[in-house]
Design a protein around this ligand. Structure first.
Ligand code: IVH
Length: 672
């Protein structure tokens, strides 16, 4: 028996170490298969000798039985909320407020601890004799629900503290959260089984923690950042910063981006840095929490009814907002796709005022059951245009009817079609003015013919006044016939005609992209131009030969083939050729696309640290322009990590996973 006991202890130690390395340090030390072997050995011994089972054994994370309900229990120490500041002015006012209650003495050093505000769910954990004995939700701050068996499944929460095994009670608070890739995986799974996806990671965490079956929770891979510590009295810790170190040493995951700031200016700098950098993190954050570091100072300032006076949440502008739908219109794009759009009461969202949001397509309309007059929640994700996320059904206006897509094109009056197997509604009338306008704007856009001065407003004037009925008509414009338009003076008319004429020098690949053939983006256009050196070769190519080009799939091949079989398009090509546009390739551009295509196209990049000359978003744009993808976190799927100064945790992860590293210079060479 003592030998078995020894083996059990050894196995537990090894498994705990491996767990910690994997889930907390993000730095695996053993292979998954070896972990499984050790785990199974421990499980076997424990099943033969149940008396050896202890609650902190790694085999005991997931309880067997679902509970029928959670029990409410009061918190020994209430969980306060945080006061919010929505801008830097309010942050300064907070400083004035606490300073009015505390006289800062000459030479007294006041430090702030800045932490990221993690968008998840707060948990209170209790340890006794160093063992996790309770996990409670925040609830209303006074009473929460006992979800201990769910909390035990979170691998970054130690079942046993590393050093502290005194009989004293230790309370730890922090935020349970769902990493973004897990959130996406979870929602995909839910969609597959026709369950409603979670609206955001926070809801997914809250929903998961309230699951009655710990096995379900176990599969969802929640994580936990610890940020508050309550030790028994007479402990040697004097500050928040020391608490965080203590938590880290005991085996908790503590957010690595915490910072000790010697002044409010340093806090502001931290806030500004994370305003964009947070979008590269693999979890959601919605602000920065600023805490006075010194516990003596915290104690003197105390709490209001709801908040500590010594801390504040400095929030980033909301990316979700509530507003009302004033009207629903449809927009006809250059491909003829008809998109329903909600026109709303203007509302602040992600730092701008928003009054239009996409409703995507007919299927989404049905799902939302949206009506004019509805109250809606809109969302802006990154750079994408806002979308309507949810409608509040209780607030449908009385007697209202759900909005339905029109049957005819609002621009040209022709009947709209619903291509089989597609969610889009489409206008297929070849001379629909909306399609023409969209095609012209696309033709003039930066990656296509790059005609400066030919933006949407001028295009509308040209089309509405009948001066342009086809892309080719642009090349017949003269300064004189442009000046008949109210808004254009002689000088701008000359400039515009010059810019249009200049575009004749643009290479074949850009012309091809400019034609706006469905599925032919600028990367595909380069590939095609590289393989089909003249427009005649491309026009005569079979679907099979188009499909045989690296990077050109069946759908793209079919779309190109169909395009060249429409007589109007053949006429257009003929006219464009006659104007002197480049419809064949030059030697130089062949070399460029060949050297780029395999190294960047469809490769997954992650960028970390500060680059020397480019900003991260400029680097991202360059990579995406060449067909690469840029994601926020390093995984086995990552092809390259572009490393700037202070690469940090992503660099470590890339090294462990064997991901290729690139300097900024190497990246630029690759993109050349
Ligand atoms: S400190 C008395 N630190 O934000 C101190 N809270 O809006 C209270 N949160 O309920 C909490 N990250 O759920 C603190 N680094 C962080 C946090 C954080 C996220 C959450 C927490 C709290 C809410 C208040």
């Amino acid at each position: 028996m003592p030998e078995i006991q020894q083996r059990v202890t050894k196995l537990r130690q090894e498994l705990q170490k491996a767990n910690y390395a994997y889930y907390v340090l993000d730095k695996p030390i053993i292979e998954d298969s070896i972990y499984d072997q050790l785990y199974r050995e421990l499980q076997n011994i424990e099943s033969q000798h149940p008396s050896l089972i202890t609650p902190d054994s790694p085999t005991q994370r997931v309880g067997e039985k679902p509970t029928s309900q959670f029990i409410s229990i009061p918190h020994d120490i209430p969980l306060y909320s945080l006061d919010n500041a929505f801008n830097l002015d309010e942050l300064r006012k907070w400083q004035e407020r606490w300073q009015s209650r505390y006289e800062v003495r000459n030479n007294e050093k006041i430090d702030y601890v800045c932490e990221l505000k993690i968008d998840g769910a707060a948990l209170a954990l209790t340890y006794k004799n160093g063992q996790l004995i309770k996990g409670i939700t925040r609830g209303d701050g006074k009473i929460g629900e006992d979800i201990t068996q769910n909390v035990r499944t979170i691998r970054s929460i130690p079942l046993k503290l590393a050093f502290n095994d005194s009989s004293a009670i230790v309370e730890i608070r922090g935020e349970a959260f769902l990493p973004l890739d897990e959130f996406e995986r979870l929602n995909m799974e839910r969609e597959e089984v026709k369950e409603t996806p979670f609206a955001n990671p926070r809801n997914a965490v809250a929903g998961t923690l309230r699951q009655l079956d710990p096995n379900v929770v176990n599969q969802r891979r929640l994580q936990f950042f610890a940020y508050t510590l309550h030790l028994p009295q007479n402990n040697p810790l004097n500050s928040q910063w020391e608490s965080l170190e203590w938590l880290k040493n005991q085996g908790f995951l503590v957010n690595p981006h915490r910072q000790l700031c010697p002044s409010l200016e340093a806090v502001v700098k931290y806030f500004r840095h994370w305003e964009t950098a947070r979008h590269y993190l693999p979890y959601m954050t919605d602000g920065v929490v600023v805490k006075l570091n010194n516990f003596r100072l915290q104690k003197q300032l105390g709490f209001t009814k709801k908040f500590p006076r010594w801390a504040i949440a400095l929030k980033y502008p909301a990316e979700e907002a509530l507003t009302m739908v004033k009207d629903i219109i449809v927009n006809v794009g250059r491909t003829g796709a008809v998109t329903p759009i909600a026109i709303m009461e203007p509302v602040h969202l992600g730092g701008t005022i928003v009054q239009r949001a996409t409703l995507h397509n007919r299927d989404r309309l049905t799902e939302l059951n949206i009506r004019v007059g509805d109250t809606v929640i809109i969302r802006k994700a990154g750079e994408i245009i806002p979308e309507v996320l949810r409608v509040l059904p209780e607030l449908h206006p009385p007697y209202s009817e759900p909005y339905e897509m029109p049957s005819h094109c609002p621009e040209c009056g022709s009947m709209l079609v619903h291509p089989l197997g597609e969610a889009v509604t489409r206008c297929i009338h070849i001379s629909c003015p909306a399609i023409l306008r969209g095609s012209l704007v696309h033709w003039a856009s930066r990656d296509a013919l790059d005609i400066r001065g030919l933006g949407e407003k001028i295009v509308i004037l040209l089309v509405n006044n009948g001066l342009v009925k086809s892309i080719a008509d642009l090349y017949d414009l003269t300064p004189e016939n442009l000046t008949i338009l109210d808004r254009i003076g002689l000088k701008s008319a000359y400039n515009l005609v010059a810019a249009i004429n200049n575009s004749k020098k643009q290479p074949w690949a850009r012309v091809l992209y400019g034609l706006g053939i469905r599925h032919v983006g600028n990367v595909t256009a380069k590939l095609l131009a590289n393989n089909f050196h003249t427009v005649e070769q491309l026009a005569q190519a079979s679907v099979a030969s188009l499909n045989s080009v690296y990077g050109v799939g069946k759908e793209i091949a079919k779309s190109i083939y169909d395009w060249f079989n429409i007589p109007e398009n053949v006429t257009l090509i003929k006219r464009l050729e006659d104007t002197g546009l480049q419809l064949q390739t030059s030697y130089h551009s062949v070399v460029k696309t060949e050297s780029t295509q395999n190294k960047v196209l469809d490769k997954i990049f992650v960028i970390t640290g500060k680059l020397q000359t480019l900003t991260r978003s400029e680097a991202k744009d360059l990579i995406e322009k060449e067909g690469g993808k840029v994601t926020g976190s390093v995984s086995r799927k990552t092809d390259y990590l572009v490393v700037g100064k202070n690469g940090g945790i992503k660099l470590k992860k890339a090294l462990i996973l064997g991901v290729s590293l690139l300097t900024e210079k190497e990246l630029l060479n690759l993109l050349k």
